[in-house]
Write a protein that binds this ligand. Structure first.
Ligand SMILES: Nc1ncnc2c1ncn2[C@@H]1O[C@H](COP(=O)(O)OP(=O)(O)OP(=O)(O)O)[C@@H](O)[C@H]1O
Ligand SMILES: [Mg+2]
Length: 208
């Protein structure tokens, strides 16, 4: 079985984790071993870097540092988890990946999308998603969905304006990559979203 690499993107509270759980069952039923990863994180080194990135006390963290830490965590995730899983023919579902950096650091922080992809090219070691699903949801709705969460991390506590830039950034990214990024209306019921996602995967699997 050939490996398949799917990434799930979208703003906070858009329903990425919800869809990943549904997708895991679906891919299991198709006969895939499934690896779910989160970015930043997924192994001891990357989880340690995650702690640094999301630490609310580090208000002085520069945007370049933030970008490089995300890329460093991702490099380890690719090397230790994603590459071996794909080589073993597994389905990898990533809860956020390089597009998150393009949008949060490239657009939200204003470092530029090109800079972000250039830095990450080194970290990704040739690994790119086969398919990316963008859970598209207005920033206010996503934030409202998360309002019961006890504590917000360094990125989540950014302003509404920042989160609006992120949402717009994702939308432009999807327009720039129509062959890879599938934009899904994340305000639909979760079962309807799941059906949209699986219909794209069926098409991908049936491609010549
Ligand atoms: N389609 C949906 N319609 C309404 N509510 C939803 C939908 N999908 C998920 N939710 C709810 O929204 C909240 C956030 O969902 P979820 O944790 O899956 O989002 P997320 O994108 O993973 O968020 P985060 O960025 O915090 O990881 C949860 O309470 C979940 O039950
Ligand atoms: Mg989540």
């Amino acid at each position: 079985m050939q490996g398949i690499f799917i990434t799930m993107e979208g703003p906070d509270g858009a329903g990425k984790t919800t869809q990943i759980e549904l997708l895991k069952d679906y891919l299991n039923k198709k006969g895939y071993d499934v690896l779910i990863t989160r970015d930043p994180g997924g192994n001891a080194v990357s989880e340690a870097i995650r702690e640094v990135i999301l630490n609310k006390d580090f208000t002085e963290m520069g945007y370049m540092t933030e970008l490089l830490l995300y890329a460093a965590a991702r490099a380890q995730l690719v090397k230790e988890n994603i590459k071996p899983a794909l080589s073993a023919g597994k389905a990898v579902i990533a809860d956020r990946f390089v597009d998150s950096s393009a949008v949060y650091q490239g657009i939200g922080r204003g470092l530029g999308i090109d800079t972000v992809y250039k830095v990450n090219e080194f970290a990704l070691q040739g690994i790119l998603p086969d398919m990316t699903f963008l859970m598209d949801l207005d920033a206010e709705v996503g934030i409202a969905r998360k309002k019961n969460q006890a504590e917000l991390d360094r990125m989540e506590q950014e302003s509404l304006d920042f989160h609006k830039k992120v949402v717009e950034g994702y939308r432009s990214l999807a327009e720039m990559n129509p062959d890879r990024i599938v934009k899904v209306d994340a305000a639909l019921p979760k079962e309807a979203i799941h059906d949209i996602i699986t219909s794209y995967i069926e098409k991908w699997l049936a491609r010549p």
